[in-house]
Design a binder for this molecule. Structure first.
Ligand code: PEP
Length: 262
C-alpha cells in the first residue's frame, strides 16, 4: 500500500469527527481505547474531534501521546457577549485543531462562507491548525456545479491569507457521501482532491499546492481507507461515523499510515 501523499513527502493526516455523540463516560473510554491502539503509530498525524464538553477530558487522557485533539467548531471573536459560543482563543491549550466549514455547520447552522473565513483566521491567530471542509451537495453535482462550489468555498475561507499557512489542511467532503455508508469512488475522490489542489495552486502557487494536505471525507471505513488515502492528490481521511469505533478507526489509521505505521 503506497503511503498517502508519500511521493510529495506530505505527512498523512486522519481526523475522527465524533459529532454530537457519546456520553462523558463513553467518550473517556473511547479515548483510552484509541490511545492504546494508536499511540506511537509512525508517519501519520491523528486527531480526534470529540464534542465540546469532553475536550478537556480528551486533552488530559491523551497527554504525552502522539494523538491530538481538535474542536468541531469555535467562534472567531476572542471573548465577549456571545452566549453559548466558545472561542478559538479559549480552546488554545486544550486543542490543537479546529474543524472549519463542515457541511453540517453550513447546512444545519447556516454558516456562510464569510464565517468560515473568520473562523479560519481566528484559529490560526490562536495557534490552532484549521481543517477546512469543502464539498458539493448531490443537487449541485447533478447540475454540474461541483467544481464551482469547491472553488467558491475554498477561496472564501482562505480569503484573508496572503500565503497558505502550512497548518491549514483541506478535506474534500462531497455532502452526498457523508453518513451514507458508501464513500465516493476513488476516482470521484481523486477528482475532488485534485480540484482542491488546483485551486490552491492558482491562488497560492505550485509550491503551496504541493505542500498542502488534502484529505477525503465521506463514509470512509477501514475497508475503503487504503485506496482512498493512496490517491495521488490525497493525504488521508476525515472520518465521521467510523471514528466512534476504536478498532475501526484504528484500522483506518493503519491503512493510511506509511507501511501500516510499522
Ligand atoms: C464527516 O462528518 O465529516 C464524515 C465524513 O462523516 P461519515 O464518515 O460518517 O460519512
Amino acid at each position: 500500500m503506497p503511503a498517502a501523499g508519500g511521493v510529495q513527502g506530505r505527512r498523512p493526516l486522519v481526523g475522527g469527527n465524533w459529532k454530537m455523540h457519546t456520553t462523558r463516560e463513553e467518550a473517556r473510554s473511547l479515548v483510552r481505547e484509541l490511545r492504546s491502539e494508536l499511540d506511537g503509530l509512525e508517519g501519520i498525524d491523528i486527531v480526534i474531534f470529540p464534542p465540546a464538553p469532553w475536550l478537556a477530558d480528551a486533552h488530559d487522557l491523551l497527554a504525552g501521546s502522539t494523538l491530538r485533539v481538535g474542536a468541531q467548531h469555535a467562534h472567531w471573536e476572542r471573548s465577549g457577549a456571545f452566549t453559548g459560543a466558545v472561542s478559538a482563543h479559549q480552546l488554545a491549550g486544550v486543542v490543537d485543531y479546529v474543524l472549519v466549514g463542515h457541511s453540517e455547520r453550513r447546512q444545519l447552522f447556516h454558516e456562510c462562507d464569510r464565517a468560515t473565513a473568520r473562523l479560519l483566521g481566528a484559529a490560526l491567530a490562536a495557534g490552532l491548525s484549521p481543517l477546512l471542509a469543502v464539498g458539493e451537495t448531490a443537487a449541485e453535482r447533478d447540475r454540474g456545479e461541483a467544481e464551482a462550489v469547491i472553488e467558491r468555498q475554498l477561496l472564501a475561507a482562505l480569503d484573508g491569507l496572503q500565503r497558505l499557512d502550512g497548518r491549514v489542511a483541506v478535506a474534500y467532503e462531497p455532502v452526498w457521501a457523508i453518513g451514507r455508508g458508501e464513500s465516493a469512488t476513488p476516482s470521484q475522490a481523486e477528482e475532488g482532491c485534485a480540484t482542491v489542489r488546483r485551486i490552491v495552486a492558482e491562488r497560492f502557487g505550485a509550491d503551496a499546492a504541493a505542500r498542502a494536505r488534502v484529505l477525503y471525507g465521506g463514509s470512509v471505513s477501514a475497508a475503503t481507507a487504503g485506496e482512498l488515502a493512496a490517491l495521488p492528490s490525497g493525504d488521508g481521511a476525515l472520518v465521521g461515523g467510523a471514528s466512534l469505533r476504536a478498532a475501526e478507526f484504528a484500522g483506518i489509521c493503519r491503512e493510511v499510515a506509511p507501511s501500516g505505521g510499522g
